[in-house]
Design a binder for this molecule. Structure first.
Ligand SMILES: Nc1ncnc2c1ncn2[C@@H]1O[C@H](COP(=O)(O)OP(=O)(O)OP(=O)(O)O)[C@@H](O)[C@H]1O
Ligand SMILES: [Mg+2]
Length: 370
C-alpha cells in the first residue's frame, strides 16, 4: 500500500519540476535532488515546492503543493519555520516521529531566499537526517561496554570472595588454602583471557579497511597451531586430526590473524566436542563457481554437541553464546567467533557454518588462494 503512495509522490515531483527547460532559473531543484540527505523546499507561505526522492522514504505522504503540516506537525519544526522567516537564522530541531515507525530525526531549517519571495518561489530549505541508525549504533556500544564489564565483574567477584574466605574461615586450613589459591588462579586467568580477546577484537577492528599484503603458507601455520592445542585436546580426550593437501597452500593474509582463526575454531571444536570424540582440521582447494577464483577452504569439523539452527546466524555476535552457563564453565566469553568473523571479513573471505544438534559442527573459512 505504501509503495503506491511513494511512487505517486515521486511522479508528482517529477511532473511539477520544470527544472531543466527553465534556462537555469530553477536549476536549484537539480541540486536538491542530488543531495544525499532528504531535503524539502518550501515557499514563503510554508507550501512544499520541491523535495528530493529520499523524503518519500521517510514521509510517503509528502506532496508538492501541500502545506508542510502534511509532512509533520511537530511544533518545534513549525516554530523553526516561522522563526527562520523572521530572523534568517538557521535552526536545528529534533523530530520524534512515531508514524509509520518510531524514528528520531534532526531537521536543519535554513532560509534560502531572503528577498521577499513571491508565492511558489523557493524560500526555505529543510534538510532531514535520520538519527535512528546512529542511535542504534550508540546503543550497541553501550551494550558492549555493559557486557564487557559484566564479564569482568564475575571473576572479580569470585576473587574477592575467595580472598575474604582465605582471610577468615580458611586461614588455618592448608588444604582449603591450596584449593582456594588454585581457584583464584583460574579466575585471574579468565580475566586476562577476556582482556586479551577484547584487545584482539579491537586490533582487528582498527585494521578492518586494510587488506593484508603478506603472502603466507597455511599448511605449516595450521600444523603449528594444532600442535599447540594438542595438550588441551588430550585433557578433553579428543583426538586431533589434520587432513592436508599436497604442496604449499598460499594465501594473502596476516600470519598472526589466520593463526588466531584456526586456533579459535579448533579450540571450539575441542571445547564443544564430546569425550573420546574427534576434531579434524581439513584444508582443501576449490574454485569459486561464479568468478573462477581459486580458493582455499580451511574446515574444522567436530562430532560434539552441535548447534541448533536458530543460533547459527548469531554466533559471530560479540558475547553471543548458545549456553552462557556451559560456555562460561569452560572459560568461554563468546568473543572467539566474533574475532574470527572480523579477521575473515578483513581478508575478504567467508565463513560457513553447518551443524546438527547432537551430531557435530563444521566451521569453514574460505580465502582466496595465491
Ligand atoms: N564447534 C562448536 N560446537 C558447538 N557449539 C559451538 C561450537 N563453536 C561455537 N559454538 C557455540 O557458539 C558460541 C560462541 O562461540 P565463541 O567461540 O564465539 O565463544 P566461546 O567459545 O563461548 O568463548 P571464547 O571467547 O573463549 O571463544 C559458544 O558459546 C557455543 O555456544
Ligand atoms: Mg570459542
Amino acid at each position: 500500500m505504501q509503495t503506491g503512495l511513494e511512487s505517486s509522490a515521486v511522479a508528482d515531483s517529477a511532473i511539477v519540476d520544470p527544472s531543466v527547460e527553465d534556462n537555469g532559473e530553477t536549476q536549484w531543484n537539480v541540486i536538491v535532488d542530488a543531495m544525499s540527505d532528504p531535503a524539502v523546499v518550501l515557499d514563503d507561505t510554508g507550501i512544499v515546492v520541491h523535495h528530493n526522492p529520499q523524503v518519500v522514504d521517510l514521509y510517503p505522504r509528502v506532496r508538492i503543493g501541500s502545506p508542510v503540516t502534511m509532512l509533520s506537525r511537530e511544533p518545534d519544526l513549525l516554530s523553526a519555520i516561522d522563526s527562520v522567516r523572521e530572523t534568517n537564522e538557521r535552526f536545528t530541531v529534533q523530530l520524534h516521529d512515531r508514524v509509520p515507525v518510531t524514528r528520531r530525526m534532526s531537521a536543519i531549517v535554513t532560509r534560502i531566499n531572503v528577498e521577499d519571495p513571491p508565492p511558489g518561489a523557493p524560500a526555505i530549505l529543510i534538510m532531514l537526517r535520520d538519527l535512528t541508525d546512529q542511535e542504534q549504533y550508540a546503543q550497541m556500544r553501550t551494550d558492549f561496554i555493559a557486557h564487557a564489564s559484566h564479564e569482568l565483574r564475575t571473576p572479580l567477584a569470585s576473587l574477592k570472595l575467595i580472598a575474604e574466605t582465605l582471610q577468615g574461615p580458611a586461614r588455618e586450613d592448608p588444604e582449603k588454602r591450596e584449593r582456594f589459591l588454585s581457584m583464584m588462579l583460574v579466575q585471574a586467568t579468565r580475566m586476562s583471557q577476556l582482556i586479551d580477546d577484547l584487545l584482539s577484537l579491537s586490533r582487528v577492528e582498527m585494521k578492518a579497511h586494510l587488506l593484508p599484503t603478506d603472502i603466507l603458507e597455511v599448511s605449516e601455520l595450521a600444523e603449528t597451531v594444532m600442535q599447540s592445542l594438542e595438550p588441551l585436546a588430550e585433557a578433553q580426550n579428543i583426538a586431533l586430526k589434520f587432513e592436508n593437501i599436497e604442496g604449499p597452500v598460499n594465501v594473502r593474509g596476516d600470519r598472526e590473524e589466520i593463526a588466531q582463526v584456526i586456533q579459535n575454531l579448533v579450540h571450539n571444536a575441542i571445547r564443544y566436542g564430546k569425550n573420546n570424540g574427534n576434531a579434524k582440521l581439513s584444508i582443501t582447494r576449490q574454485q569459486d563457481p561464479s568468478t573462477g577464483q581459486k580458493q582455499v577452504r580451511i574446515a574444522v569439523i567436530d562430532d560434539g554437541i552441535g548447534i541448533a539452527a536458530e543460533h547459527i546466524p548469531r554466533l559471530t555476535e560479540r558475547f553471543y553464546r548458545v549456553s552462557a552457563v556451559d560456555s562460561r564453565a569452560t572459560g568461554g566469553t563468546g568473543l572467539g567467533l566474533a574475532i574470527v568473523k572480523h579477521i575473515i571479513t578483513r581478508h575478504r573471505g567467508e565463513i560457513e557454518v553447518t551443524s546438527e544438534v547432537g551430531k557435530g559442527s563444521m566451521f569453514t573459512a574460505i580465502l582466496d588462494s595465491m
